[in-house]
Design a protein around this ligand. Structure first.
Ligand SMILES: Cc1ncc(COP(=O)(O)O)c(C=O)c1O
Length: 379
């Protein structure tokens, strides 16, 4: 009999979530209604940010952040090479240039010194990525940004619930972006949110998600008005009430799911550490003072490709996060990037493997994954 496929990540949706969605479907407002604000308030309260702007994806949140900060043609924005393409694409959407920074080989996070070395008079902002759920050193990045008058954006699409020295991700950068894609910590199907402590930035992001039009249909209806004006070029990046209801219901389970992610990660860590004196499969380092949100469990292995094939053949949905962005054909062709630009990210890319990690997994799933690695002599 074929073994059950174990994906690297997946959502959990229960009856309470389904009821919350069905209630909205029976209500008057499917979009731009009351659920949007309630979801924004719930996430803001949790992450410790005064303002939240719910949008249709994490990518939309990053794009809205770039718009709100006034990133424009002629500007440069520093981004890590080891991330999903969306982190850099949002810069290009605004006509600006992404400048790729290499990452720390032990954590795959953006390092303040590397950022500082890439700053030019054109640099407008820095986007750090909380890779795999581990927060960047936002305090050190903040010092660099302040020294050079730059905006600091957190791509925390991996890190809802992570903390740095007791402070939750969401309150550590000028704008923090989250994703609610099904493999993330909570889901709205597709969805995202940009949070900030700056009311003016929040207003600009709200404008941007609604075509650059200053009032929503709901506000006009309430005020008995029809007139509206488009003051900026925006997008339709709205998140529906249907999705926000799902998100609110999912938020109730977030702490339990985070705790389970942490337990499973600790189990992987102890099993991998006890496998051999010098195991070939090495987890990434977690820095002191950090509580990761454990979006991904990433190991490095010198025979990564062989391990990937063996594990997939046994029904384990291992994956690779990520192809360094500067190696994608689009960036090579249009921005002249290529191999050699970010050696640590490129060396990591040859070795990284994401093992399954999501809160619906049982301890025995982790034991099974590690015993397959061990049984195939690939530990
Ligand atoms: C680091 C990072 N940034 C941005 C995104 C984009 O999020 P979304 O898929 O919600 O657009 C992702 C999605 O996986 C991501 O991993």
């Amino acid at each position: 009999m074929a073994e059950k496929y174990l994906p690297y990540g997946r959502q959990i949706v229960d009856e309470e979530d389904i009821r919350a969605v069905a209630d909205v479907l029976r209500s008057d407002w499917l979009t731009t209604g009351p659920m949007v604000e309630r979801f924004e308030e719930t996430v803001c309260r949790y992450v410790g940010a005064p303002y939240g702007v719910a949008v249709s994806s994490g990518t939309a949140a990053l794009h809205a952040a770039m718009f709100a900060l006034g990133v424009a043609p002629g500007d440069e924005v520093i981004v890590p090479a080891m991330t999903f393409a969306a982190t850099a694409n949002c810069v290009v959407y605004q006509g600006a240039k992404p400048v790729f920074a290499d990452v720390d080989p032990a954590t795959l996070l953006l390092e303040p010194d590397t950022v500082e070395a890439l700053i030019t008079p054109r640099t407008k902002a820095v986007i750090g990525v909380d890779y795999a759920g581990q927060p960047c050193d936002w305090e050190a990045l903040r010092q660099v940004a302040d020294r050079h008058g730059l905006a600091l954006v957190a791509d925390s699409c991996h890190a809802l619930g992570a903390t740095l020295r007791g402070r939750r991700v969401g309150s550590l950068a000028d704008i923090t972006c989250f994703s609610f894609h099904p493999v993330k910590h909570i889901t709205t199907g597709e969805g995202g949110m940009a949070v900030t402590a700056d009311g003016a930035l929040a207003r600009r992001m709200r404008l941007f998600r609604n075509h650059g039009i200053s009032t929503s249909a709901a506000q006009r209806e309430k005020a008995g008005e029809w007139f509206y004006e488009m003051t900026e070029l925006g997008c339709n990046y709205r998140l529906t009430d249907i999705q926000c209801a799902l998100g609110m219901s999912q938020m109730r389970k977030l702490e339990t799911w985070l705790a389970r992610r942490r337990e499973l990660a600790a189990l992987y860590g102890s099993l991998l550490a006890s496998s051999r004196e010098e195991p070939a499969a090495r987890p990434l380092d977690i820095k002191p003072g950090v509580e990761s949100a454990w979006h991904l469990y990433v190991i490095r292995h010198p025979q990564r490709d062989a391990v990937f094939r063996t594990m997939r053949a046994r029904g384990i949905g291992v994956n690779v996060h990520y192809v360094p962005v500067h190696l994608h054909p689009y960036y090579r062709e249009h921005w002249g990037t290529g191999p050699g630009l970010c050696p640590a990210a490129e060396a990591a890319y040859a070795e990284i493997l994401t093992l399954p990690l999501w809160p619906g997994m049982e301890d025995r799933d982790v034991t099974h994954v590690v015993s397959l690695l061990r049984g195939n002599n690939i530990l």
